[in-house]
Design a binder for this molecule. Structure first.
Ligand code: PHE
Length: 396
């Protein structure tokens, strides 16, 4: 930041009391892993794009969006928890780093009236630290709309190949009043049929891949679903989707149309398809990582040796406003990708003062080298220092 401004991708944005983006986070905006030729995220993106052949491809939208784009335009209520500063990176009161690709729905729909599109982008969320969470990740959003008058032909699917079970109608996952049951069922079936086809294509190596649909809730779709696949003994959540809220289509000049939307996390899928054990690896510039994918094919990652881990505990009396994600952010700023995992291992409340004490265990491990004890001690000291200064806690 310089003089009350912060520069992101060459543009200056005023800062204010809501600003909580850090230089570490801003530095990630230039990476755009989905556009880096033959990066696993790029390979997966192209694989899905070639499955949805007729869909337009968008992949260069600016990550800085308004609060209106990210939340209001998608019908998030004013008190929705997703808006909280503990979960979202605010550039300033009115501006955020997008938390999902859905932030672009309304704008894109204003210009693209017909057909479907896929939009891939880096998204930003304040979160915990472990091998499957990183404050920046990549999503692909897919939208498909239909002419309401031609819905019977346009949304028709080959029901022979569709193994979709379960009723659409449910009180907790309703059809919208703006839609007839028939319209909603056709769009819902087309959505799930399309996504099953895509996932079976992606996981074509797995014979008899099991897929299940879990009722979900998103402010901008109804009915809504999450798709899970059974992979190596676990149900794995791959994506969220649903029939678009008609209000969003109406407001973007598409009141004659009806549509569906999905959003999937590319890292989540890439980790299983490429056997990548730690989400930090995607950010590695180490040739031992990058060079493994130069064929542009989906290949299994051959881990280079795992370097030793070293854990350090930190305990403190919390302030009233303390949030775990704020502590994770301190660790990210100080230790960067050397922090593999941060775990809350103990907490208790003082019976008299009612203050709570928390103890976190930080697991340090480099992905590409061994580091010395002194190095870790120095980082831990700095974590303690910054935690005290920034979070107003009392170290123990
Ligand atoms: N944007 C949602 C998320 O990030 C995913 C989603 C996209 C759900 C489109 C429904 C429709 O969780």
């Amino acid at each position: 930041t310089t003089d009350g401004h912060i520069e992101i991708l060459g543009r200056l944005h005023p800062t204010d009391s809501a600003t909580n983006v850090s230089p570490t986070i801003v530095s990630k905006t230039t990476r755009r892993l989905h556009l880096q030729r033959n990066h696993p995220i790029n390979i997966l993106k192209r694989r899905i794009e070639s499955h949805f052949r007729d869909y337009a491809v968008m992949d260069s939208m600016d990550p800085v969006v308004t609060v209106h784009q990210n939340f209001d335009s998608l019908l998030f209520t004013p008190d929705h928890p997703g808006r909280a500063a503990t979960d979202t990176y605010y550039v300033n009161t009115n501006t955020v780093l997008r938390t999902h690709t859905s932030a672009h729905q309304s704008d894109v729909l204003k210009t693209r009236k017909a057909d479907g599109y896929l939009l891939t982008a880096d998204v930003y969320r304040r979160d915990e630290i472990d091998v499957s969470h990183y404050p920046v990740f990549h999503q692909m959003e897919g939208i498909r709309t239909f002419d309401k008058k031609k819905i019977e032909e346009e949304a028709k699917v080959d029901s022979e190949t569709s193994a979709i079970q379960g009723a659409v109608l449910s009180e907790s996952n309703p059809i919208q009043p703006a839609h007839t049951t028939r319209e909603a069922q056709l769009v819902d079936l087309h959505l799930r049929h399309s996504l099953e086809g895509m996932v079976r294509d992606l996981f074509r190596e797995e014979k008899d891949l099991q897929i299940r649909w879990i009722e979900a809730y998103f402010p901008f779709t109804s009915p809504s679903w999450e798709m899970e696949v059974f992979y190596r003994g676990n149900w794995l959540e791959l994506l969220g989707c649903g029939v678009m809220q008609q209000e969003i289509l109406d407001k973007s000049g598409n009141s004659d149309r009806i549509g569906w939307a999905f959003g999937l996390g590319l890292e989540r899928i890439a980790m299983v398809m490429f056997d990548i054990p730690d989400i930090r690896l995607f950010w590695s510039t180490d040739d031992r990582f990058i060079s493994q994918f130069s064929s542009g094919q989906i290949v299994k990652f051959q881990p280079f040796s795992k370097y030793p881990a070293c854990y350090k505990d930190i305990s403190f009396w919390c302030s009233e406003t303390f949030h775990d994600n704020d502590f994770a952010e301190v660790v990210r700023d100080v230790a960067g990708d050397l922090a593999e995992n941060v775990e809350l291992i103990d907490q208790f409340q003082h019976p008299k003062t009612k203050r709570t004490s928390r103890c976190f265990r930080i697991n340090y491990r480099s992905m590409d080298r061994t580091f010395t004890n002194e190095e870790v001690d120095r980082i831990q000291d700095q974590v303690r220092q910054v935690t005290k200064e920034r979070l107003g806690v009392e170290l123990r």
